[in-house]
Design a protein around this ligand. Structure first.
Ligand code: HCR
Length: 384
């Protein structure tokens, strides 16, 4: 029944939240939602989901030729999906509303070197507050793989589900271990549907398609379907790798939350994502600087975790007021906010070259980007 998973005392709040969705204009982040749906985690932590299988990330550069490396890129990409889109359901029972990062918020993490695969480092910065845009950089120097990207969301309500169009893209750079020429891969982002809203237990289904375009000419296209399409199972996908002439080289199918196979559904295993994920290691809050996400939100998160929503609300208002004051001060002194780790460019040259190689040409010819400043690799936090 409607609202079945909503705590009794929050049913009215949930009903009015659903009503307010109808008036929503593209950005859900600042919308007030009832406490049971709030998560104590900020969106700046989400880029860590790109690497909860650090071995798959590191192994990309070990592929012996272009085709094998593209297959490894696809395997790593599919391996990120269950972390990206089902973690909150696994840990908190349903999809939740993350904390809306402040401009300049930072998040740092690391996946240690295990079995000689090399250390993987993560640097995240909130580069826009309204609309929310998060920029990230992930690098495993030893393995010769790095990922740079940014992400934003445009949302709309269908009456029963929330459609989320992701803006932004990621560029993966690979230095093949056999000494071959550096390769780049443009990764476009899939569309999401947030289902289960009426019951009060939201979950994500991926829809439509996204692509990975390599500088070698190879393209991977991934098509997503929920229950009842390819397999009758939710969270399903089909992917093909094709040459620049459009000739299919290989295909894959299965569930991005479970097993997938090479060729048909009875083919050899391509990937099994049911195994353990490696969460990113983050310095303890007591060691963090003021702009780092877990330190910044520590009291809000505590309030949400302990059910003390009044305290959480007050702490959140303090943070928002402080931000408002900063923007006013900047305006009155004609200063503008400067990003710490990234430089904004109006047109990403990698994107421009790679998107032109995509067959469907559905992507816009230009997109902006936040380019990581390598000289800030060892900078942690900003002065106040
Ligand atoms: C849409 C969403 C915020 C954005 C989240 C993104 C798209 C962020 C980038 C990550 O790489 C992948 C990712 C995963 C999340 O599933 C997605 C979030 C799901 C919900 C949240 C909304 C802003 C909150 C909606 C509020 C309710 C009703 C749950």
């Amino acid at each position: 029944a409607e609202g079945a998973d909503v705590p009794q005392e929050q049913k009215a709040g949930w009903a009015s939240f659903i009503k307010s969705l109808a008036q929503m204009t593209g950005d859900l982040s600042s919308m007030t939602a009832p406490p049971f749906i709030l998560s104590p985690t900020s969106l700046t932590e989400f880029p860590a989901y790109w690497c909860e299988h650090p071995a798959h990330f590191a192994q990309i550069s070990e592929g012996k030729d272009e085709k094998e490396r593209m297959e490894r890129v696809l395997r790593w990409f599919i391996s990120t999906l269950s972390a990206q889109y089902t973690t909150r359901n696994e840990k908190m029972g349903s999809e939740k509303k993350p904390l809306n990062p402040v401009l300049g918020e930072l998040f740092y993490g690391v996946w240690p070197d295990v079995d000689g695969r090399g250390e993987t480092r993560l640097i995240v910065e909130q580069v826009s507050h309204h609309p929310p845009i998060t920029a990230y950089y992930i690098e495993n120097k030893k393995a010769g793989v790095r990922l740079q990207g940014h992400s934003g969301q445009k949302t709309s309500f269908t009456g029963t589900a929330i459609n989320v169009k992701q803006s932004g893209h990621a560029i993966l750079t690979v230095q093949p271990r056999n000494g071959g020429k550096e390769e780049k891969y443009l990764i476009t982002l899939p569309k999401l549907r947030i289902e289960g809203i009426v019951w009060g237990s939201p979950y994500i289904e991926l829809t439509d398609t996204n692509a990975i375009q390599s500088s070698t000419g190879l393209t991977a296209q991934i098509d997503y379907k929920g229950k009842g399409y390819f397999t009758g199972k939710s969270h399903s996908f089909k992917a093909t790798i094709a040459t620049s002439a459009g000739k299919s080289v290989s295909s894959y199918e299965g569930q991005w939350v479970g097993k997938s196979h090479i060729g048909g559904s009875k083919g050899p295993i391509f990937l099994d994502t049911t195994g353990p994920k490696e969460e990113v290691s983050v310095r303890d809050v007591t060691e963090q600087t003021d702009w780092e996400s877990r330190k910044l939100w520590v009291n809000v998160a505590k309030g949400i975790r302990t059910g003390n929503y009044d305290a959480a609300g007050k702490e959140k208002t303090n943070i928002e007021n402080e931000q408002r004051q900063r923007r006013k001060d900047e305006a009155s002194s004609s200063r503008s906010w400067e990003h710490l780790h990234f430089t904004h460019v109006e047109s990403d040259s990698d994107y421009q070259v790679l998107s032109a190689l995509l067959h469907d040409k559905l992507t816009p010819p230009h997109e902006d980007a936040y380019v990581f400043k390598p000289e800030t690799m060892n900078v942690v936090g900003r002065p106040n």
